[in-house]
Write a protein that binds this ligand. Structure first.
Ligand code: ACO
Length: 340
């Protein structure tokens, strides 16, 4: 019997699996601390730390864009994978803060790294974007249509954050993370993925203006309707529920027990959300790779940056099984189990 469409199991027997063969990341140089925020909105380091676990975040320069950050992360991932940019056949950039509405950020990354044999597009699934992008790449690679894909999460959240709204401005940071995805036959690769969405809750986390429903006007800009608006408590509740359920389903469909997972790399939105997920999965926080304290929430860039750091510092080693899990606007969510 076919599984429901949101439950995807890698076909047994095909032999070809989509593996992450190289990762790279980039964080902008400038760091904004909680003390810096206390100078511009009514807040304190103590409030931000206890509610979110975030101490500082990196912010891009005014002239620095998601494609600029993505290009650096992509070059680092190519180097780790030991391949040239010309080997890349598909570029997927997950972003909700693209350089332009069009052309897509993937094309800009392509030009920057010289991946002239690739076709390129952006994917918008908010904070779940990297997990969605990885799954799209997996399907293409395992179907045999693509040998090498580049999947990026690249965000300049500071371009859509209202720095007078203390509830949201302290949460977000900028950055980019990249993964090279290639078909292998050595047991590594994506073991199982679960994706889901609930569009009935779209209004709870939204950038209202700037699209075709509400094109930018003097009035929308004056009312800051092109900035992030969020119902924090509702988002928190749905994030915990859907991330913990998705993580459990991804374990189930990949045939893995939680004990086999060497490291969980969650979307780094908020330490309290991650703590609640750990409790629901029945594991300690020590099983999670965390960088939220240093980066804040970088939306689609959070997971690939954290994954790259976890590999670089030896938290994820060859042979390890890793669980990633994400949640974001839409609402969208996803989880995947990957063997390195
Ligand atoms: N500093 C000081 N006080 C603040 C701040 C701040 N930065 N922000 C809000 N407050 C105040 C509020 O005004 C409110 O004051 P009041 O009681 O006088 O009205 C009080 O703190 C409590 O506000 P709540 O919004 O109820 O605080 P809560 O405990 O829910 O924490 C938070 C807010 C941190 C935003 C929480 O709801 C949250 O983490 N939600 C998830 C949001 C998230 O992670 N979004 C990211 C996108 S989705 C994703 O990536 C998963």
């Amino acid at each position: 019997m076919n599984p429901p469409p949101h439950k995807i199991q890698v076909p047994e027997g095909s032999g070809l699996r989509a593996a992450i063969t190289g990762t790279g990341s980039y964080l902008p140089e400038r760091v904004m601390t909680n003390a810096d925020f206390a100078k511009i909105v009514e807040t304190t380091d103590e409030w931000i730390m206890t509610r979110t676990g975030i101490r500082e975040r990196h912010l891009a320069r005014v002239d620095e864009t998601p494609s600029d950050m993505g290009i650096v992360a992509a070059r680092r991932a190519l180097e780790k994978a030991g391949i040239s940019a010309e080997a890349v056949e598909m570029i997927i950039v997950a972003t909700l803060s693209p350089d332009y509405a069009f052309p897509n950020t993937g094309c800009l990354v392509q030009a920057g790294i010289g991946a002239k044999n690739a076709f390129c597009f952006d994917l918008e699934a908010a904070c779940s974007g990297f997990v969605y992008g990885l799954e799209m790449a997996r399907r293409c690679v395992e179907a045999g249509g693509i040998r090498t894909a580049l999947v990026l999460g690249a965000e300049k959240m500071s371009s859509i954050v209202d720095y007078t709204d203390r509830q949201t401005c302290v949460l977000f940071g900028d950055g980019a993370g990249a993964a090279i995805v290639q078909g292998v036959r050595d047991g590594r690769g994506v073991l199982g993925t679960v994706l889901g969405s609930d569009g009935t809750l779209a209004d709870l986390l939204i950038q209202k203006a700037g699209g075709s429903r509400m094109p930018a006007t003097e009035e929308t800009v004056r009312q800051k309707m092109h900035m992030i608006r969020m119902s924090g408590r509702e988002v928190f509740k749905h994030a915990v529920l859907n991330m913990s359920q998705a993580a459990k389903k991804a374990l189930e469909c990949s045939g893995c027990a939680m004990e086999e997972i060497a490291c969980v790399v969650p979307h780094q939105a908020n330490l309290r959300i991650i703590e609640a997920i750990a409790a629901r999965l029945g594991v300690g926080l020590d099983r999670f790779y965390l960088n939220v304290e240093r980066t804040g929430n970088m939306s689609s860039a959070s997971i690939p940056v954290a994954l790259d750091e976890a590999i670089a510092c030896g938290r994820v080693k060859p042979g390890d099984k890793v669980l990633t899990v994400a949640f974001g606007s839409g609402f969208t969510w996803g989880a995947t189990v990957i063997q390195f």
